[in-house]
Design a protein around this ligand. Structure first.
Ligand code: 5GP
Ligand code: ZN
Length: 115
């Protein structure tokens, strides 16, 4: 997917502030953060949305959540708590059609759904 924004960031053709990278999963800071810590965690493989995953992507989806777990610890937001959001499709507000998990945290006080 040459014209996909996130594929271009993954390939280094556009800038990204990376916090995690392995052969299958990457994570970089969101350009327009909606929380004190806002990271996007995504598979290197171009998959449009959660509705486009196949059975063969099961292991990859597990790796995606394991990466979220590691990154939350690394960024120091695991203990206080964090949100994980995946927008799927236009009505949800998905703007970039490369599956990604929003990892949001770092609040000083408890929040209830606001992101
Ligand atoms: P979505 O609405 O598709 O779930 O989320 C897309 C996210 O990508 C938004 O939170 C938006 O701020 C972020 N975003 C859009 N363009 C860029 C960019 O060029 N770089 C980075 N790091 N984030 C971006
Ligand atoms: Zn892509």
């Amino acid at each position: 997917m040459q014209d996909c924004l996130f594929c271009q960031i993954i390939k280094g053709k556009l800038p990204g502030k990376f916090v995690y990278r392995d052969t299958k999963i990457v994570a970089f800071y969101d350009i327009n953060p909606k929380a004190p810590v806002h990271v996007l965690v995504l598979p290197v493989k171009h998959i449009k949305s959660l509705q486009d995953i196949k059975g063969e992507d099961g292991e990859l989806m597990g790796r995606l959540l394991l990466a979220v777990n590691k990154i939350a610890k690394k960024l120091g937001i695991a203990q206080d708590g964090y949100k994980v959001i995946v927008n799927n499709g236009q009505a949800s507000g998905q703007l970039v059609f490369h599956l990604h998990v929003h990892l949001l945290g770092g609040w000083k006080q408890s929040v209830h759904w606001e992101v």
